[in-house]
Design a protein around this ligand. Sequence first.
Ligand code: MOS
Length: 723
Amino acid sequence: MSIDTTRRAESVGEPLDRVDGRLKVTGAATYAAEYPLHDVAHAVLITSSIAKGRVRRIETAAAERVPGILAILTPQNAPRLPGVQAGNTGARGPAARGAASMRVPTILQNDEVHYNGQPIGLIVADTLDHALAAHDVIRVDYAAEHPVLDMDTAPRNPPESVHPLGGARTFRLGDVDAGLGAAEVKVDHTYTTPLENHNPMEVHNTLAAWEGDRLTLYESTQGIFSVRNTVARQFGIAPENVRVIAHFTGGGFGSKGGAWSHETLAAMAAKRVGRPVKLMLTRRQMFGPTGGRPRTVQHVTLGAKRDGTLTAIRHYSTSNTSTLEDWIEPALSQTRMLYASPNIETQYDVVRINVGSPTFMRAPGESTGTFALESAMDELAYALGMDPIQLRLANYAEVDPENNHPWSSKSLRECYRVGAEKFGWGRRNMAPRTMRDGRWLVGYGLATATYPARTAPASTTARLLPDGRAVIVAGTQEIGCGTYTVMSQIAADALGVPPDRVTFELGETTMPETPASTGSVTAASTGSAVYQAANALKQKVVSMGLRPGESYESFIKRSGGQPIEVTISARPGPEQQQYSMHSFGAVFTEVRVDPDLALVRIPRIVTAHAVGKVLNLKTATSQIQGGVIWGIGMALLEETQIDPNNGRYLNADLAEYKVPVNADVGTIDVHFIDEHDPHVNAIGVKGAGEIGITGVAASIANAVYHATGKRVRDLPIRIEKIL
Ligand code: MOS
């Protein structure tokens, strides 16, 4: 076969099937807990049944008599880890809380209990059954204290720090009080969103094995390098001595962005018993020990002239965190950049309560923040008697209001136009409760979607094999988004070969380093590195004497038969500082509401997004559909409930924690705007992983208002809130 190395791109953009699809549906894809190591011992967590206090003593005598018990780790007997400083162990008092970007694990370094369900011990046995049998007879003696559990009555504080995702604690542009004074129409409301938990299909699993002072972790993670770095620091060993492997991760959505406690506990146990240890969390243990979305209370005030021009936006957000670390739900980012108001003010506060530490959860901030802002914009549209799209167009930001930077690209107008046309927005009567289908009330709602387009440094190796096939290697993760597939497509086009001539390898920390699969950065960042590495490889082969029209296979054969390889590191360019980079979209929802029973049904959602270049129409569409389904859950179903007395997670399973099932999801009609972004990165990709959920809850709430005349500002929208 002759290969035209100068041919134009053909694979990128195509709806190629997932290259790992067959492995997944046949069960041949190997997940963390499935690696067939020899002589594996099994661990189960002991978790606290109080929400605050101390572990006085863990009575282990009965458990130790269970056959096959190898070790029981407790705060009393667990090894003290050299890389865990006093300030990083959850020692009480403000000075000890972790910075926003520093996870504070609970790894048996002290006897403190900060939430109900916190890991306080670990049982290791020859079989899982033996470990569970021992767990049944463990008795824990606590010195219990009264937990703080009610966010609405607990003290509100300024956060000690805000994660870079969230920006400054306080942002001020212009003078909001003056802007509100000049307003002819105002809306002023509080919107709330509940605690949520991620619930990926694969729970968090770790398989830990030591060889001397070298540790291997098979791990279900979105970030192999972040897990490596954290665990190496804790054990006081060099990062090169920790190898993290994750060839497939069964969903993460932010909960697997870095290490929690279980990785370290499994490694500790493996060292203690001198065997590999497998620790699989239960579904219940996904509520608390591995993060979740905090509750938010968001106060939005908008002022506008009669023509719809905004004079002021004020948006305050208070979210809960744990008593271990200050995690702020970055719910205010979109408010600083979405609309061209001369006066904008945002501010975060935090309430520390006895729950597990919250963390990133799909579009952390923009999902909750757009619920508040885009609901308020709908309320303003009604206060003005103005079409909600017209109101948004009247305040279209031509540059980023936060910093006056130009956009690297922005196609939001086209998103509104295309979405409205595909949806049939023109058929809408503005007045609530005026559209019906038989006895059902019909509502149309709209909201804007937005998410930052981030690119991070990434490295990649590209190698040509003697048979002319290419192997592309990067230490990234496949968390279900299609990474194996789109990276193969990018490399295939750059090399000028069909994608089935390319194998993409990922998921080991011995590979070239790339960012964690968080913040929708992977396609943009690792994709840029793959593109540059494949191009560099092609250039190298050309410079070595590849003849026009000659296949790689024939060239390698006549030039020594050895593989040819390059490794490159891609860095984001200076454009990152010169432009504001964001994806945008518009979400249109039709709801049907039963006027007597207040049942809400969502027969269809139409989206139009501009995400830069779409690498694979099928996987990108799936990303948006998945995000929209999460948004349906956020709007109508999801809420983690905590016992107000003892802090126990009440609905910590998939029977009681409600997520959308097929019957809850109607048609999701996804459209992409053809968008060329010359600034964002080498491949023009903005990322489509998280924007799909943004705006969805507001779009649904706005449609429910249109159908019923009931404005629900407190998610999820349950029957009793609209009856
Ligand atoms: Mo995403 S919430 O940054 O994994």
